[in-house]
Design a protein around this ligand. Structure first.
Ligand SMILES: [Ca+2]
Ligand SMILES: [Ca+2]
Length: 100
């Protein structure tokens, strides 16, 4: 029984609703619509965040260190949180919405 549960967890996928929300937030952040987020775009959007927090956030998201966050990097970040913290869809949704 426990083994079955573990097995299922490995194949757990983000729900369509959560993925849509992740995509929606990305598009809102991507002010020039070029498919990647720069620190300026994020900083303009999260006005209440200090610049240092924003830049820390970007460097966490920016897996290939090109200074910008692509949609894949953004999505990978959320998937990583989902798998490593055993979030439920609802919990992840709550976290994604904070960025709006
Ligand atoms: Ca952009
Ligand atoms: Ca990047």
């Amino acid at each position: 029984m426990l083994e079955t549960k573990k097995y299922l967890l490995l194949f757990k996928k983000l729900s369509v609703e959560v993925k849509n929300e992740i995509e929606k937030v990305f598009k809102e952040l991507d002010l020039d619509g070029n498919g990647s987020l720069t620190i300026e775009e994020c900083f303009a959007y999260w006005k209440n965040f200090p610049m240092t927090s924003t830049s820390n956030m970007i460097s966490q998201l920016d897996a290939n260190n090109d200074g910008e966050v692509s949609y894949d990097e953004w999505l990978n970040f959320w998937e990583y949180l989902y798998y490593t913290n055993h979030y439920t869809d609802e919990m992840l949704m709550t976290e994604v919405i904070i960025f709006k």
